[in-house]
Design a protein around this ligand. Sequence first.
Ligand SMILES: N[C@@H](CCC(=O)N[C@@H](CS)C(=O)NCC(=O)O)C(=O)O
Length: 210
Amino acid sequence: MLQLRNSPTSPYVRKVRVLLLETGLENRVELIDTQVTPIKPNADLNASNPIGKVPAILTEDGLSLFDSPVICEYLDSLHSGTKMFPVNGNSRWLALRRQALGDGLLDAAILGRYESTLRPADKLWQDWLDAQMGKIYRSLDAMDAEAEKLAGIVNIGTITIGCALGYLDFRYDQMNWRSERSDLSAWFEKFSLRSSMVATAAPNSDPLQR
Ligand SMILES: N[C@@H](CCC(=O)N[C@@H](CS)C(=O)NCC(=O)O)C(=O)O
C-alpha cells in the first residue's frame, strides 16, 4: 500500500485524491491524517518531506515523494488507463501550464489565508495581502479566458484548476469569483459534479449548492 499524508481541507491533497479516483488507483492508497500549519510543524511529516507540507507519499518501494505535481505524475505512471499527464505535444504543455496556474492561485490563496488567520492581527500586512489577492484575480481572469477550451478535458490541468476554484469557495467564499467570469463559472459548475470532485470536497463545503 502507498501511504498518503492527508489533510481533508488541503486543496493540494485534493488534487492527488481526485487523480486517484479518476485513474482507479484509490484502493492502493492508505490515507494518513496529518495536522500541520507553518507555525505548528509536524515532526513525522518533516521526516518524509523536509519542506513540512502535505501532501507527501511513501511509495510501496519505500520512496518518499513530494510535492503535489511530483506525486500526481508518479501516480499517473502506475496505471494503464487514460493518462492525466498527456504524454507529449501541446496538450502536455497546456496541461502542465494549467496545473501551474491552479497551483499558483492556490499558493497565493494559502499565503493570504495564513496571513489573515495565523499572523497576529497587529502584525497583519495589508499591502502584502492585497498583492496576493492580485495574483488570485489575475489567475482567475486567465482561467476564464480559456474556460471554453477546458470543456470535456479531464487531466492534471483541469483537476488543479477545479481544486483551486473549490478552495476559493471553501475559504474565500465572500470574494464572489464568479462575478463577470461566466465561462469559468459554467465550466466549474459541471466539473465539480464529477464524482471524484464530490467525494473529495472539503468538509462543510457544498459545491452542489452554488
Ligand atoms: N507546493 C506544494 C504546496 C503544499 C502546501 O502548501 N500544503 C499546505 C497545506 S494546504 C501545508 O502543508 N502547509 C504547511 C506549511 O506551509 O508549513 C504542493 O503542491 O504540494
